[in-house]
Design a protein around this ligand. Structure first.
Ligand code: GRG
Length: 290
């Protein structure tokens, strides 16, 4: 088993434990979406960043509450994004969306409760020397808030059906996708007591990787089937959404993703061999879009 598979397994085991198992509707709906699968990209990046910055054996155990918090936060955003007034999607992670199974009211509440859970999980960490607990909360609130994740979603909603520029698409992608990816890497690095130089490298890596990841997601929306994606394919294109292929075409989008991946890998040099897992992520993401 390679280290990504090993860490995915550890994350899934930890996620099983974060929610009450009582069979109340709210907890069933939260568990349904949180445990429905998913690549666990954000927690994996968080663990890989911590491993890149710390040789300590127990670092994964220490960083796990943050990894789980990131997946709860991400799952909340997916549940709300799938609702009829937003993206109105029936399929997510290869299964019917939360509101299709539990109803719209319960899906809103499941999302709200997962968002709240993410902050509760963050409160469980023992912060390292360089970074106070308040900084973990500040960075997570900022990335999830009205100037990052939500700002991206707002710009996306407002751009529907309108002619958008490359700068508009980039604005949306950097906030809707990039902010959570940068956050995941930074919190992992911070928990491993990263030096300021290491934290800056993780931030630059995340910015390049986040944009490359979303460009590839845009490419896959056009080139893959719903079965392959586990979510409705061709939807962005049909809704005239702000995507890279819609603005610059497929080939130019592939080139841009490659350029960003090369840039992301260059930044990792300061980690030496311990940056290997982060490097593998960048390569794997790029391979998805080929
Ligand atoms: C509702 C506040 C709010 C925000 C919604 C996450 C999101 C913002 C929208 C979902 C649609 C979308 C294309 C978002 C861009 C980020 C993205 C690629 C999400 C999907 O992440 P993956 O591919 O999904 O990591 P899994 O299921 O593997 O976790």
């Amino acid at each position: 088993m390679n280290s990504v598979d090993k860490n995915t397994k550890l994350i899934n085991v930890a996620l099983q434990r974060v929610l009450p198992t009582k069979s109340s509707t709210i907890h069933r709906s939260m568990r349904y979406s949180l445990l429905a699968g998913g690549k666990r990209l954000r927690p994996l990046l968080c663990l890989a960043a911590a491993e890149a910055c710390s040789p300590q054996e127990n670092i994964l155990k220490e960083v796990m509450p943050i990894a789980c918090a990131l997946e709860c936060l991400h799952t909340y955003s997916l549940i709300h994004d799938d609702l009829p007034p937003m993206d109105n999607d029936d399929l997510r992670r290869g299964k019917p969306t939360c509101h299709k199974v539990f109803g719209e009211g319960m899906a809103i509440l499941a999302g709200d409760a997962l968002l709240t859970k993410s902050f509760e999980l963050l409160s469980q960490i023992t912060p390292p020397k360089r970074y106070p607990l308040s900084q973990f909360f500040q960075e997570m609130s900022a990335a999830a808030g009205s100037q990052q994740l939500i700002a991206g979603q707002v710009a996306d909603l407002e751009s529907e059906g309108k002619k958008v520029t490359l700068a508009d698409v980039r604005f949306i992608h950097e906030r809707k996708t990039g902010a959570m990816i940068v956050l995941s890497l930074r919190l992992g690095g911070m928990m491993a007591n990263a030096t300021p130089k290491q934290l800056k490298a993780l931030t630059d890596f995340g910015k390049a990787l986040g944009l490359a990841f979303q460009i590839i997601d845009d490419i896959l929306d056009v080139t893959q089937s719903s079965e392959q994606l586990g979510k409705s394919a061709g939807k962005d294109f049909a809704a005239r959404k702000a995507t890279y292929p819609a603005v610059i075409g497929l080939e130019a989008s592939r080139k841009e993703a490659l350029k960003l991946t090369v840039k992301a890998n260059r930044v990792l040099k300061i980690f030496g061999p311990r940056g290997g897992q982060l490097r593998a992520f960048a390569e794997e993401l790029l391979a998805r879009g080929k």
